[in-house]
Design a protein around this ligand. Structure first.
Ligand code: PEP
Length: 240
């Protein structure tokens, strides 16, 4: 399966910083060994769209609403992302689930809407430390997949990002054994449900651990937060 290296910029990088990043990144992007996808903040999407035009760099939004237009103050439209040339929507990131109360039911609607517009949902799943320590990881991931993909079209592309919540932004990366075991579980759950999808790992991926993690079974690439903000560190990760 083709590798995907995705960058979640969260609430970082203004439009000017976005343009500057891509001007430099385009000079090295040919080194990537898989597809490149960036998720800038919504206000910087147009800057990304203008600067990556004609390159091998894809982009998308970090979130969208379940309607494409209407009286929904403060929300983002997947239709507008598409108009800007975006190809992906990041859905169900743990920060959306934990800080903004997103439920699996809402996430399922976002996945369905994204696919219906011809965009690719990148669905994030992952367990908390408490859930891992209670040996509930498999059950949590299975539930997130069953509910989050309840309205998804199996014939259309989808990407899964497995991101243990305890490894996001903490510097605590999952061990290669944990990644191997959990990605195999996620792959088996998806297969049982009838889905074929790349499974990315996310959670404190850095240039010095990416080489080992990419070799683990059913790891098709990474979703990277902190280390995607610098050209050097992200291209090192994307060229493993
Ligand atoms: C993320 O935000 O999805 C993420 C994985 O962040 P970090 O790489 O900083 O842990």
């Amino acid at each position: 399966m083709k590798k995907i290296f995705a960058a979640n910029w969260k609430l970082f990088k203004s439009p000017t910083e976005t343009r500057n990043f891509f001007k430099s990144f385009k000079e090295v992007s040919a080194k990537a060994t898989g597809d490149l996808v960036f998720f800038p903040s919504a206000i910087s999407l147009e800057a990304a769209s203008e600067t990556v035009k004609g390159s091998n760099i894809a982009f998308g939004a970090q979130n969208c609403y379940v309607q494409v237009q209407g009286a929904f103050t403060g929300e983002n439209s997947a239709q507008i992302v598409k108009e800007l040339g975006g190809q992906y929507i990041l859905i169900g990131h743990s920060e959306r689930r934990q800080l903004f109360g997103e439920t699996d039911a809402l996430i399922a609607d976002k996945v369905a809407l994204t696919q219906s517009l011809g965009l690719i949902p990148m669905l994030c799943i992952g367990e908390t430390l408490q859930e891992r320590e209670a040996t509930h990881t498999f059950r949590v991931l299975e539930t997130q997949l069953l509910l989050g993909l309840a309205k998804a079209d199996k014939a259309k592309p989808i990407v899964i990002a497995y991101e243990p919540v305890w490894a996001i932004g903490t510097g605590k990366v999952a061990t290669p054994e944990q990644v191997a075991e959990t990605h195999t579980d996620v792959h088996n759950i998806l297969t049982k449900m009838g889905f074929t999808a790349p499974i990315l790992y996310g959670g404190s991926v850095k240039p010095d651990n990416a080489g080992t993690l990419i070799k683990q079974p059913h790891v098709s690439g990474f979703l990277v937060g902190g280390a995607s903000l610098e050209v050097d560190s992200f291209i090192k990760i994307a060229s493993v």
